[in-house]
Design a protein around this ligand. Sequence first.
Ligand SMILES: CC(C)(COP(=O)(O)OP(=O)(O)OC[C@H]1O[C@@H](n2cnc3c(N)ncnc32)[C@H](O)[C@@H]1OP(=O)(O)O)[C@@H](O)C(=O)NCCC(=O)NCCS
Length: 374
Amino acid sequence: MHRVIISGIGVEIPEASIGNDELVASYNAWVEMENPRRVARGEPPLSKSDSAFIVHASGIERRHVHTLDGILDPERMAPRIPLRSDDELSVMAEFGVASASKALADAGLTGADIDMVIMSASHHQRPYPAMAIEIQKAIGSEGAAFDMNLGCSSAAAALHVAFNMVRAGAQRRVLVVTPELITGHLNFRDRQTHFIFGDASVAMVVEQMEEGATRAAGSFEVLDTRSWTQFSNNIRSNFGYLLRAGQDDTSIIAMEGNMITQVGNKVFKEVIQAATQFISEFLADNGLTTSEVRRYWLHQANARMNAMIMKLVLGHEADQDKAPTVLDRLGNTAGAGAVIALKENHEDLKPGDHGLLCAFGAGYSIGAALLRKL
Ligand SMILES: CC(C)(COP(=O)(O)OP(=O)(O)OC[C@H]1O[C@@H](n2cnc3c(N)ncnc32)[C@H](O)[C@@H]1OP(=O)(O)O)[C@@H](O)C(=O)NCCC(=O)NCCS
């Protein structure tokens, strides 16, 4: 068995961002246009969204978006991302390459040093060819590449796979890429979810410690990883390739109802319980108490949720130093969130310090990696 390190992390956060007030104004402008139509059809009017509710319920103040154009337009409320020809780098691969290049630079490597690319994200632009293969080509790497998806646990699950492949010697260096371009699939006309998500892309170089020996100082050794899943419909996206086959002869593909839906309060309660148990057991199995972990980089869905998980895990409240938050300025960036928290909050850790990366989300799914600073 080889020792395994994360030798580089790359984070790409798009420049454009949207504050709660702008988002709510656009939603409410649409509601004002929509309600007379609903009333005329005999349907109940929609309630307005509210910035104060969003901050209180989720802790999110703003989110960065890949493409701002179109999102705030009440007539559209979706980003305008022009389709590209098959000869061009696809939008999702391009977003992935942006973080992959940064991760490679962080590790002091080039694409040619990578022998496997795993693209793992909660939304995929297409079924095939795998985006991972497109990214592999774009960064000039050889070997194998494939796509994975495990909702918001996508990066953690890919890290689980990469860690075990590298540990077993099947691969030398695996690049895990998680481009989360969620706004393309977000229903900005759904009051329950319109404020939740933001876009970001992350990447990690996972390699044998011997291969990265000269670059290992200051990086993280991966001591263990784990994945857990349990079926739930409380976070679901039905957008998929069988939609077309399911339409009647005269209908066009209905988008409404096939985008992200979420029973947020159920997810909140059920995932807190599952994540708390998962973290405690995972650490115990690795001979650590929860207080021995110097830092927790948790999934960035909800500040209150993380606070409760930390309180249950530790037996007392955690501060920003123990469990840093990035969702206040980035929203829920799905699989990318915990990795961004790690990237932005690790330099003060001392050699020997333990940290836990833990993501949770649709599936339900939970994924974690126990890290030790070198
Ligand atoms: C989504 C989330 C922020 C909602 O917060 P919440 O406190 O659970 O809110 P609820 O859904 O219970 O709604 C409470 C009330 O606010 C209302 N509300 C919902 N969205 C609103 C909005 N945008 N503006 C104003 N009011 C809103 C609801 O209609 C409800 O009103 P009611 O009590 O009159 O029925 C929260 O549940 C959450 O983050 N859940 C976990 C999500 C998660 O981890 N997902 C993982 C996938 S990545």
